[in-house]
Design a protein around this ligand. Structure first.
Ligand SMILES: [Zn+2]
Length: 104
């Protein structure tokens, strides 16, 4: 384990939380359909659950975009005027490759 392993572990957790929220939407759809079949038919409940999902999605996305590089501490994927997001293969500030534990 290199010096940046802990930072990448944190990044993977953020990445998984974003993926889980994103893939949770179809799951919510099916849960809603099942609830509808069982006789629960509340538009307000559906709106509240969907709004909560949207808030979780926005928060997860922002955490993903603003992840700080384990080496230099700057935003890994962007600066104030651009953000490569998922497509950043290395830190845009210090060049640390994504998931590199020892800096090479
Ligand atoms: Zn960096």
């Amino acid at each position: 384990m290199g010096p940046y392993a802990k930072g990448w572990k944190r990044f993977r957790r953020i990445e998984w939380s974003l993926a889980s929220v994103f893939l949770g939407l179809p799951l919510l759809y099916f849960v809603g359909k099942i609830a509808q079949m069982l006789g629960v038919n509340s538009e307000i409940l559906g709106a509240v659950i969907l709004s909560a999902w949207f808030v979780f999605f926005i928060v997860s996305s922002i955490r993903y975009q603003l992840f700080r590089c384990p080496r230099c501490g700057e935003w890994f994927s962007g600066t104030w005027w651009y953000n490569l997001s998922y497509f950043a293969r290395k830190c845009v500030h210090c060049g640390l490759p994504k998931f590199s534990e020892d800096g090479n």
